[in-house]
Design a binder for this molecule. Structure first.
Ligand code: CO8
Length: 258
């Protein structure tokens, strides 16, 4: 039986996935990425889950793709089988919100994984970086694309070219993370935030996620049009009727997630 590298549990309507390869600072090997993908897909398909949190350990969210596993690969191994990339794309198919709760190192593929999540909550101990250049390669899972979009070209370029890390304060200032919390509060805070999201109307949450993501992949006018179409479709939802009626009647809404 293969080792369990990702722990999966639920906290109310929140699905929690914990990367669990402590001896290698959660280096992301193929088995771990398969297990993470399976955990994400299971929560996405589970009607009782409204938001997902991915976290690591106190010392590392993930220190990158597994260098030991990659070191002897040839170009043909990588090109023909897409061996290292095939299971990194699963997270992009997840329609419910995914929060990265990052303490310690988020480096290389670990930083890329955090950036693939919908937003990042950082412990004050978090350190982000794309150090691939130091081992003779470049980021391979979106780092050169998502980092400039998050922090701007100049800072992204410096980080990718030098491999230097940024601490939580710099990451927050640059817009990479939504918020910094004390390390001993990170998981609690992430679950609290996820619980707030999971208490909203699920279809509205899914539409909001889809629409914000569209901002990255289209012109402003196309994005605004996309948002407007989704906004219009909210008026076909029972949760819109309930949410607005509850506001007018000065009570809490009871969403049916439909
Ligand atoms: N891969 C494999 N093992 C690792 C990795 C890694 N990325 N990072 C740490 N480890 C292992 C170490 O080898 C060590 O194992 P052992 O105890 O058996 O020797 C253990 O974790 C602890 O690490 P250290 O002793 O080095 O701990 P330190 O506290 O001294 O240092 C650092 C921590 C600074 C994080 C250091 O471990 C480090 O620099 N790690 C490598 C960081 C790095 O270069 N990451 C980028 C990897 S390449 C990449 O991610 C490409 C992504 C492309 C995605 C492709 C798929 C689509």
């Amino acid at each position: 039986m293969s080792e369990i590298f990702v722990l999966s549990e639920t906290r109310g309507r929140v699905g929690l996935l914990t990367l669990n390869r402590p001896k290698a600072l959660n280096a992301l090997n193929d088995q771990l990425m398969d297990q993470l993908g399976a955990g994400l897909l299971a929560f996405d398909a589970n009607d009782d889950i409204g938001c997902i949190v991915i976290t690591g350990s106190e010392k590392a969210f993930a220190a990158g793709a597994d260098i030991g596993a990659m070191k002897d690969w040839s170009y043909m191994d990588v090109y023909k089988t897409e061996y290292i990339t095939r299971n990194w794309e699963t997270i992009r198919r997840i329609r419910k919100p995914v929060i990265a709760a990052v303490a310690g190192y988020a480096l290389g593929g670990g930083c890329e994984l955090a950036m693939m999540c919908d937003f990042i909550l950082a412990a004050d101990t978090a350190k982000f970086g794309q150090p691939e250049i130091k081992i003779g390669v470049i980021p391979g899972s979106g780092g050169t694309q998502r980092l400039p979009r998050a922090v701007g070209k100049s800072k992204a370029m410096e980080m990718v070219l030098t491999g230097r890390m940024m601490d939580a304060v710099e990451a927050e200032r640059a817009g990479l993370v939504s918020r910094i919390v004390a390390a001993d509060r990170l998981l609690e805070d992430a679950i609290e935030t996820a619980t707030v999201i999971a208490g909203m109307s699920l279809p509205a949450v899914m539409m909001a996620k889809e629409s914000v993501n569209r901002a990255y992949e289209s012109s402003l006018s196309e994005g605004v049009l996309f948002e407007r179409r989704l906004f219009h479709s909210c008026f076909a939802m029972a949760d819109q009727k309930e949410g607005m009626a509850a506001f007018v009647e000065k009570r809490k809404p009871t969403f049916k997630h439909m």
